[in-house]
Structure formats: structure tokens, C-alpha cells
Design a protein around this ligand. Structure first.
Ligand SMILES: Cc1cc2nc3c(=O)[nH]c(=O)nc-3n(C[C@H](O)[C@H](O)[C@H](O)COP(=O)(O)O)c2cc1C
Length: 188
């Protein structure tokens, strides 16, 4: 799959199959994450790949009703990082979250290419996740990447979630947030 194709094809889908993701595909995700760029090559990300029924089950208890769809996932990747592990250059330029985002972005595209959904979420109880996996206090629990093959069973989706399953949510018009040559001068 071409990169452009993966960018276009990637979706935060929610109707997941419970089928286990093969080890070679899990390893490919690890490699995609590792090869990401980072400030000074600091690689601040910490990923916990949860694939055992025990670890996935405990994470399920940290999901709110709105993310009930994620309870069908056979794998959840917990992403965390700490300020101290990455560049801090002043003027709020702390790069740990940015570098994690880059790495996660690569994982999402690789998962797309490998034929399964990797859907980051912010809706979870981070206190429960931290306690369940033993994540130290100084590490922010940034996102859970819900992974699984796309399936037919949408019974855990709300009506709104069912509606966006088939159609990608609208993006803002380009002039709203992309400029050319000067702040607020629309990119045309
Ligand atoms: C940081 C982050 C947090 C998100 N949190 C949730 C979430 O808690 N639940 C959910 O169903 N989707 C969540 N999403 C998915 C977004 O809603 C989705 O990416 C967005 O609507 C655009 O849709 P698309 O990715 O299919 O293009 C999250 C995405 C990101 C990047």
C-alpha cells in the first residue's frame, strides 16, 4: 500500500471483530513505532502492548459507556511518556507529547496497511489504567490505541457512532487552520 493510500484509507472505526491480531503484525507495529523521528532521537514513548486476556480485561474496566465499542478489541496499546525523557526547549516547547504523537501516527498507518484498525482514544480512566499496568506517576497516560480487525457487529456502537462508521467525519475548511506566508492568511 502506498503511504498516500494508507493516509486516505485510515479510519477511527469502531465496529471491531474479536479475532486476535497475529504476532508478526504486532511486531510490525512495534517496528513502525520505533523508527519514528524524535527530538534528539530521545524516543520518549513507552508503549505497553496488552494482548493477554488478563491485561485486556483489566483495561476494559477503565472504559466509559461511550467507548463500550472498544471492549471487543483483542489488543490495546497503552501509550505514555514523561517530560523528563525528551527535549524541553522553553516557551512551552516540551516535545514528549509531540514525539509520541509522531510515533503513534506511524503505527496507525502501518496497522492500516496490515489490514486492521488502530484507533486512539482519550476516553478512559487514566487512574485505573495507571494502577492496572503499574505506570509510574511521572508518566502521562496519553492514549489507548484500540486495535482489532474491522467487523460487522456494531451492537456496542451508539447511533451517532454507527452513522460515522461509514462516512469520515468532516474536516475543517483549509483556511480555518492552514495558512500560507503569514498567520491567518489562508492557504489557497
Ligand atoms: C487523541 C484522540 C482521542 C480520541 N478519543 C476518542 C474516544 O475517546 N472515543 C472515540 O470513539 N474516538 C476517539 N478518537 C477518534 C476521533 O474521534 C476520530 O479520529 C475523528 O473523529 C476523525 O475520524 P477519522 O479518524 O475516522 O478520520 C480520538 C482520536 C484521537 C486522535
Amino acid at each position: 500500500m502506498e503511504v498516500a493510500e494508507a493516509i486516505d484509507y485510515r479510519r477511527a472505526l469502531r465496529a471491531l471483530d474479536t479475532r486476535v491480531i497475529e504476532d508478526n503484525k504486532v511486531n510490525a507495529l512495534v517496528e513502525a513505532a520505533r523508527l519514528s523521528a524524535s527530538c534528539f532521537n530521545n524516543q520518549p514513548w513507552r508503549f505497553v502492548f496488552c494482548t493477554s486476556p488478563e491485561s485486556v480485561n483489566v483495561l476494559r474496566t477503565a472504559l466509559p459507556k461511550g467507548n463500550a465499542w472498544a471492549t471487543r478489541a483483542p489488543m490495546i496499546v497503552v501509550v505514555s511518556a514523561a517530560e523528563k525523557d525528551d527535549c524541553q526547549l522553553g516557551e512551552r516547547r516540551d516535545y514528549f507529547l509531540f514525539d509520541c504523537g509522531l510515533s503513534v501516527g506511524q503505527m496507525l498507518l502501518r496497522a492500516t496497511e496490515l489490514g486492521f484498525v488502530a484507533h486512539p482514544i482519550a476516553g478512559y480512566d487514566s487512574v485505573k489504567v495507571r494502577a492496572a499496568l503499574g505506570i509510574p506517576e511521572e508518566y502521562v497516560v496519553i492514549t489507548l490505541i484500540i486495535c482489532g480487525y474491522h467487523g460487522q457487529d456494531d451492537s456496542l456502537l451508539s447511533d451517532k457512532q454507527k452513522a460515522v462508521e461509514a462516512v469520515r467525519p468532516e474536516r475543517k475548511p483549509i483556511p480555518d487552520n492552514i495558512y500560507r506566508d503569514s498567520w491567518n492568511r489562508p492557504f489557497e
